[in-house]
Design a protein around this ligand. Structure first.
Ligand SMILES: Cc1cc2nc3c(=O)[nH]c(=O)nc-3n(C[C@H](O)[C@H](O)[C@H](O)COP(=O)(O)OP(=O)(O)OC[C@H]3O[C@@H](n4cnc5c(N)ncnc54)[C@H](O)[C@@H]3O)c2cc1C
Length: 500
């Protein structure tokens, strides 16, 4: 008999963590119903399709292909049964605001030469940095990421203790770690920019996240494409949903939950439309803060308001989804525009929240790789500026900031989009809150600061209510599509362990 045979489970939220946990739980024999507020599944990885343009609204970088392979392998499947991967070259292009430009790719020898041009000795330093990053990645994934160490006593294991010196030497900041290797500010920026994926800054993110350089340079950056030739992270969401269907997950969309309470006979989960579900167990993929503050009664909350007020949330974002006439050479599929001094931008996110004066931002141009995302003769592009969560984003400031960013793109990349925009939609802090019930409009969840890393993040199992679990970017292991996939697995494992 299956381990969860007869168990009825409701998953609240259809983001990556929710979809992942639903697959693992259904595979273990549970009867799984997933309730999603929006019409679409995928959560922050939703798609916007309009006027012949198809945008990934959230994630656009397919990183850590090993994590996806491991996920599908659990179900005796491979990613290739759902989509193919195209490795991008370059991985991304950087425009520095002083006119300099650099392509980053997986050709390590070529990268070493470029690094050496910036700083004598940087070629060797880069090689050493990458080797360390790879070693840390392998240890971290095996010991701390795939393996969920939820309790302190789980860390007192021989292998973990052997790996611990790595962890202990890396609790300083990424800023300090990178400065040990590189003096040139541009090289420091290149090694640190991957922190934006973790929702942190070089100063508040621990050095153990140097593992992201192995992800970036060695493992590569990919673009998924389905067998109809359509690409984007959306096709990966389609794959998770299809897998869930194969495992008999029941998806109910346009179904927003507004109450979760534990009753003697199980849970009472009620939607805003009055539909009631009575599962034995409940998994919450909606933001932890939203669930705690708005769905659970006070006595079932694991954390109070002071706890949430004291957390460091990852940034929100100001996004412009643009359909543009003509091409946008020399922008690459992934393009970063970086100011000489980006500390003021991080300061505007984490220290003194305000709209950044001299922004660092990202341009995503999937039509460089995929001609199904825009009508003939057009470009599909979005601009993403990280900004502080909870920032006021009314019409006036958006309009003003839009002008500022489009002028900045023209000045620093030479691509003037302003007279060629045929489709436009904006998305910012309040849209994250409205569309996904995002806590204070964060785009990414809880930042990976030192005190919000590993077992210091909120757990996947509620300590306040038996049978209640959490999954996704507020929990362990953390932020990003690969981490949320693993989070779904951890959550399912804990639920299965408790059920037996
Ligand atoms: C702009 C942007 C760019 C990003 N870029 C990348 C990238 O390039 N690569 C990468 O790996 N990651 C990236 N990320 C991060 C990644 O998208 C997220 O970490 C991940 O998708 C979050 O998954 P999750 O499991 O936390 O669920 P979420 O996506 O947060 O989904 C939670 C779901 O719960 C639903 N919900 C909320 N409240 C309720 C309720 N009351 N009832 C029912 N349903 C509810 C929401 O509608 C939502 O669908 C990006 C994110 C954003 C926003």
């Amino acid at each position: 008999m299956s381990r969860l045979s007869g168990a009825e489970i409701v998953v609240v939220g259809g983001g990556v963590g929710g979809l992942s946990s639903a697959c693992f739980l259904a595979d273990a024999g549970a009867d799984v119903t997933l309730l999603e507020k929006n019409e679409q599944l995928g959560g922050r990885a939703s798609r916007l399709t309009e006027d012949g343009f198809r945008f990934d609204m959230g994630p656009s970088w397919y990183l850590m292909p090993d994590v996806f392979e491991r996920f599908f392998a659990h179900f005796d499947r491979e990613p290739g049964e759902y989509y193919d991967l195209e490795r991008l070259d370059p991985h991304y292009r950087i425009f520095f605001k002083d006119g300099d430009q650099l392509d980053v790719n997986g050709d390590i020898e070529a990268m070493k030469s470029k690094f050496e041009e910036y700083e004598p000795g940087a070629s060797d330093a880069f090689e050493e940095y990458l080797a360390t990053s790879q070693e840390h990645y392998e240890t971290a994934m095996e010991q701390f990421v795939y393996e969920d160490r939820a309790r302190l006593r789980d860390w007192v294991d021989l292998d973990v203790m052997r790996a611990a010196p790595i962890g202990l030497s890396l609790i300083g900041s990424m800023q300090g770690h990178v400065e040990d290797y590189f003096q040139h500010p541009k090289l420091q920026q290149i090694m640190q920019y991957t922190l934006v994926f973790l929702g942190g800054s070089p100063k508040n993110t621990p050095a153990l996240y140097n593992i992201m350089s192995h992800v970036d340079f060695n493992l590569g950056v990919y673009y998924p494409v389905n067998d109809e030739g359509e690409g984007g992270i959306g096709v990966v969401i389609d794959a998770f949903v299809e897998l869930g269907e194969e495992l008999d997950v029941d998806y109910v969309t346009a179904s927003e939950v507004d109450e979760i309470t534990k009753r003697r006979e199980g849970f009472h989960v009620e939607t805003v439309d009055g539909d009631v579900y009575r599962p034995d167990r409940t998994v919450v993929n909606a933001d932890y803060g939203h669930a705690g503050r708005e769905l659970l009664p006070d006595h079932e909350r694991q954390y109070d308001d002071d706890y949430w007020a004291d957390r460091t949330l990852a940034p929100s974002a100001f996004l412009l989804y643009l359909g543009v006439e003509g091409d946008v050479d020399p922008l690459a599929h992934h393009t970063l525009v970086l100011p000489r001094d980006w500390e003021t931008h991080f300061d505007a996110i984490f220290e003194r929240p305000r709209w950044p004066d001299e922004p660092a931002y990202y341009l995503c141009v999937p039509s460089e790789t995929d001609d199904t995302v825009a009508p003939d003769g057009h470009t599909n592009l979005f601009v993403l500026v990280p900004i502080a969560p909870d920032l006021h984003d009314g019409e006036e400031i958006r309009a003003e900031y839009r002008e500022k960013i489009l002028a900045d793109v023209a000045d620093n990349t030479g691509v003037d989009l302003r007279d060629r925009i045929v489709f436009e939609e904006q998305f910012a802090v309040s849209d994250f809150a409205d569309r996904y019930n995002a806590t204070e409009g964060t785009a990414l969840g809880l930042a990976h600061t030192l005190r919000q890393t590993a077992l210091l993040r909120p757990p996947n199992r509620s300590s306040a209510v038996d049978g209640l679990y959490f999954t996704g970017s507020f929990t362990r292991p953390g932020v990003g599509v690969p981490m949320c996939l693993i989070s779904g697995e951890h959550t399912a494992n804990e639920l299965i362990e408790d059920y037996q």
